[in-house]
Design a binder for this molecule. Structure first.
Ligand SMILES: *[C@@H]1O[C@H](CO)[C@@H](O)[C@H](O)[C@H]1NC(C)=O
Length: 316
């Protein structure tokens, strides 16, 4: 299955009536990627493949807008913090999810679900799988396909003034754009990624301990990187790595790739455990995985073992 640029496709909310057996699979929540919508053919197909593996599973596909076109637009335009708040209300309103759920986020849906865990987690997430997420942001705005006008207009606007107040309130990608060559501008302008990464200096904004507590309460956080990802820069952002400014080596860092990638374990965010990632890792809860392919090329060989292991556990 080759899913569209920066996105994976799935379904509208599947309202399923649980059978009256003693145990049933833990419910699942999906958040699609940029360029996609909650009820696209790809998302719908993905959900139905999961239902084949875990019969009787309840699956909800997150939407910002029930109208499919508007939902796709909301992937490009909007205030991410407001979108996540809306999603937290949406999830709290679904009776089937009340006991908790597993979650899969595609591309930017991955870091948005992580934000949900840190900031809300009510109902709580058990396992979170992120495919090609941008946990440490992006240092370039992905190119768009030739026919995707919506994407092109958003990209142009984002690139022209990424740290302007308007962009930071209205352009989704700007809200996780993290320029390694201009971290001060990022830290002062950004109100999404800096927040969920508890990245602001404590004298500016004390690190929120709830975020760390909630993230460390996950059973597993599965971080999937696409090995040939040329859309997300750097692709290692999926593994909580980021691009360092040129010539800027962190203590403990020896081998540098040509891109000067700072791996997760050398990030201050990890070392000082700003968000509970290290605590989770030390409990064995952080799992690294790869998909062989370009961004959002979610082949069955890649997703199926993860869906078997981390989704659909039978619960009472
Ligand atoms: C920390 O985050 C929680 C959850 O989002 C929020 O309720 C709380 O007000 C925050 N605390 C501070 C000090 O900002």
């Amino acid at each position: 299955m080759k899913l569209p640029l920066f996105a994976v496709p799935l379904l509208s909310a599947l309202y399923y009536t649980p059978e009256t057996t003693q145990s049933s699979p833990r419910p699942l929540v999906l958040w699609h990627g940029l360029g996609d919508s909650y009820s696209s053919p790809g998302m719908t197909q993905f959900a139905s493949l999961i239902e084949d593996i875990h019969p009787g599973i309840f699956i909800h596909s997150i939407y910002i807008d029930e109208v499919q076109d508007n939902d796709r637009k909301a992937g490009f335009y909007g205030n991410v913090n407001a979108q996540i708040e809306l999603v937290s209300d949406q999830l709290r309103g679904i009776p089937e999810l009340a006991g908790g759920f597993d979650a899969i986020g595609f591309s930017q849906g991955g870091q948005f679900l992580r934000a949900y865990v840190e900031q809300y987690n009510d109902p709580p997430v058990n396992n979170l799988i992120t495919f090609g997420a941008q946990h440490m942001g992006i240092s370039d705005i992905p190119i768009c396909s030739a026919w995707d006008l919506l994407c092109q207009v958003a990209r142009r606007a984002t690139k022209s003034a990424v740290y302007s107040t308007w962009a930071q309130e209205n352009l989704v990608q700007a809200q996780y754009f993290r320029d390694p060559n201009n971290l001060p501008a990022y830290l002062s302008a950004n109100h999404f990624l800096t927040v969920i990464n508890n990245e602001l200096p404590p004298d500016v904004q004390p690190r929120n301990q709830t975020y760390a507590h909630n993230l460390a309460s996950l059973n597993s956080l599965v971080l999937v990187m696409f090995l040939q990802d040329k859309t997300v820069v750097p692709k290692e952002s999926s593994w909580f790595a980021s691009e360092a400014p040129p010539d800027d080596m962190l203590p403990g860092q020896d081998v540098l790739s040509d891109k000067n990638i700072i791996p997760m374990k050398l990030q201050p965010l990890y070392r000082e455990d700003w968000i509970g990632l290290r605590a989770l890792d030390e409990q064995g809860g952080v799992v690294f995985a790869t998909c062989d392919g370009e961004h959002m090329q979610v082949d069955r060989a890649c997703w199926e073992p993860l869906v078997k292991e981390f989704v659909g556990e039978l619960i009472d």
